[in-house]
Design a protein. Structure first.
Lengths: 200, 252
C-alpha cells in the first residue's frame, strides 16, 4: 500500500488517481498507523514552504516518515532539504543535504518565473525511478524555487536558462520537482518505477 | 528548454462538449471524458474545459465530469466559465482542476484575482481576456465578448498580473473564428507588457498559423484552439511534427 501523506496542503486527487490507474493500492491519509504500515510514502505539496513545514510539524507526521521509501513531489521534494529561503528562512526535514532558493536569482532575467510547462529530463545519476523512461522525455513543472547545493543527490536536471534540479535521491529518499501525476504516460512510468517492490 | 504548449479547448454544456466534433474513430464524440482521453493520448500538452452552462443542474454535471476526467487524464487541466468567487475556485479545484481561468468574474470583482492567488498561489490563477480593437486601441470585452467594458486591455492585463495572475490567455475577438491566423500584433503587445506565460487564442486555421505564431513571437508560451482540433482539420501529432521541423521546441 502506498500512503499519500495528507497534512492539509494541496490537492491530492490527481495523485491518488494516477497511482490507482497504474494498479497501486493508494490511500490519502494523515493517520500515523496507516503511514507506519504503508510500503511506501508520497509527500505531496503545493503552496509556500514555511506554511507547509508548519502544518507537517503540527500534525507530528514529520516524525513518522523517516526510514521508509519516500517520494517528495514539488513542494514535497523541497521539504526534504535542510533549509528554504522562500519568504524568509525555514528549516526543512533535512533528509537530503541542500537548500531551496529562488530561481529568479539564478537564471537569465529574460526568462519567465515560475518555470512552468513541459521540460526535458537530463539524467545525472542513475535512479531506479527512470528505469521505464528515456533521457529527454518531458515532464511537467510548476515552480519558482529550486533545490541548490545538492549536487551529489541530483538524479536529473531540466534546462531553463541554466540547469535546474529536476529530481534527487539519497538512499530510499526520492524527490521530484516536477509533477509525475501531471506528466502523462512518462509520469505514470516514473510513479510505477518508484512504487515497484524491490526484488530481494 | 521549456516546450511550446498546444492546448485544445472543450466547451461543455449540460455535460456534453458543444461546438461539435468530428472524430471518425470516436464512438461518442461529445463526451468530454472520451475527448479528453483522446487528446491526452494524441499529444495535447494541457486541456481547457470551459463550462458554458447557466443552470445549477448543469453545473453539477460539469463538476461530475471534471472528477471523472481528472481520474483518467494525467496532464494539466484548466477550468473556466462561471468563475466569480473564491468559492468557485474551490469547487473546481476540489474536483481535480489544476488551474482556474477567470474572465468576466475578474472584471466584476476586482479583488478576485488577488484573493484567489493568495489562497491557491499565482500558478493556479489564469486570467482570460477577450480583446477587440475599438478606435485603434485594444479594449477588454466581457460576457463572452458581447460587452465592451471600455477598459484598455494592456493595462488591465498588467494590473491582473500584478495582482497575482500566473498566466494570461489572450483571445482576440478580431481574429476569432476567421481561421486566418493568430492576432500577432495584439499578442506581441501583451507579451511585451508582462513576464508571465501568455497563451494565444483565436484565429488558428492551419498548422502554418501556429508556426507563424511561435516564429513571430518567441516569448509566446502556448497556442490554444477549439474547432480546428475538434473537427480534425489540424491533428495535434502532425502539428507538433511541423513545429519541430521548424525548430520550435515541442513535446513529441
Amino acid at each position: 500500500m502506498i500512503a499519500i501523506i495528507d497534512y492539509g496542503v494541496g490537492n491530492l486527487f490527481s495523485l491518488c488517481s494516477s497511482l490507482k490507474i497504474i494498479g497501486e493500492d493508494a490511500v490519502i491519509t494523515s493517520d500515523e498507523n496507516v503511514i507506519k504500515s504503508a510500503d511506501k510514502l508520497i509527500l505531496p505539496g503545493v503552496g509556500a514552504f514555511g506554511d507547509a513545514m508548519e502544518k507537517l510539524s503540527e500534525s507530528g507526521l514529520d516524525k513518522v516518515i523517516s526510514g521508509k521509501d519516500i517520494m517528495g513531489i514539488c513542494l514535497g521534494m523541497q521539504l526534504l532539504f535542510e533549509k528554504s529561503f522562500e519568504y524568509g528562512e525555514h528549516k526543512g526535514l533535512g533528509l537530503i543535504k541542500g537548500n531551496v532558493v529562488p530561481i529568479e536569482d539564478y537564471i537569465p532575467n529574460n526568462l519567465k518565473i515560475p518555470h512552468i510547462g513541459w521540460n526535458a529530463l537530463h539524467f545525472k545519476n542513475n535512479s531506479k525511478i527512470y528505469k521505464y523512461i528515456n533521457e529527454n522525455d518531458c515532464v511537467y513543472f510548476v515552480h519558482s524555487f529550486y533545490a541548490a547545493d545538492c549536487d551529489e543527490s541530483v538524479t536529473a536536471t531540466a534546462e531553463y536558462g541554466k540547469e535546474l534540479t529536476a529530481s534527487v535521491q539519497k538512499g530510499n529518499v526520492y524527490g521530484c520537482q516536477f509533477h509525475p501525476e501531471k506528466s502523462g504516460n512518462v509520469g505514470l512510468k516514473i510513479l510505477k518505477a518508484f512504487c515497484e517492490k524491490e526484488e530481494k | 528548454m521549456i516546450t511550446k504548449r498546444i492546448i485544445p479547448c472543450l466547451d461543455v454544456k449540460d455535460g456534453r462538449v458543444v461546438k461539435g466534433t468530428n472524430f471518425l474513430n470516436l464512438a461518442d464524440v461529445s463526451s468530454p471524458v472520451k475527448l479528453a482521453q483522446f487528446y491526452t493520448e494524441n499529444g495535447a500538452d494541457e486541456l481547457v474545459f470551459y463550462d458554458i452552462t447557466a443552470s445549477s443542474d448543469g453545473r453539477k454535471l460539469f463538476t461530475d465530469i471534471l472528477v471523472e476526467t481528472a481520474s483518467k487524464v494525467f496532464i494539466p487541466l484548466t477550468v473556466g466559465g462561471g468563475i466569480n468567487t473564491v468559492e468557485d475556485f474551490d469547487r473546481v479545484l476540489k474536483c481535480g482542476a489544476d488551474k482556474v481561468s477567470v474572465n468576466s468574474g475578474a472584471i466584476k470583482n476586482p479583488n478576485l484575482v488577488s484573493a484567489a492567488a493568495q489562497k491557491y498561489g499565482n500558478q493556479c490563477v489564469v486570467l482570460s481576456a477577450d480583446i477587440k480593437r475599438v478606435d485603434g486601441s485594444f479594449r477588454v470585452f466581457a460576457k463572452g465578448g458581447r460587452e465592451n467594458t471600455g477598459m484598455e486591455a494592456i493595462s488591465w492585463i498588467k494590473k491582473c498580473v500584478n495582482n497575482g495572475a500566473g498566466e494570461v490567455v489572450v483571445n482576440s475577438i478580431d481574429t476569432d473564428g476567421v481561421k486566418q491566423g493568430f492576432d500577432i500584433e495584439m499578442l506581441k503587445a501583451v507579451c511585451d507588457a508582462v513576464n508571465v506565460p501568455v497563451i494565444a487564442s483565436g484565429g488558428a486555421g492551419s498548422k502554418q498559423d501556429f508556426v507563424d505564431l511561435f516564429k513571430a513571437i518567441p516569448d509566446i508560451d502556448a497556442g490554444l484552439a477549439a474547432s480546428v482540433f475538434h473537427f480534425g482539420e489540424i491533428k495535434i501529432p502532425d502539428l507538433k511534427k511541423e513545429l519541430d521541423k521548424n525548430d520550435i521546441i515541442v513535446r513529441l
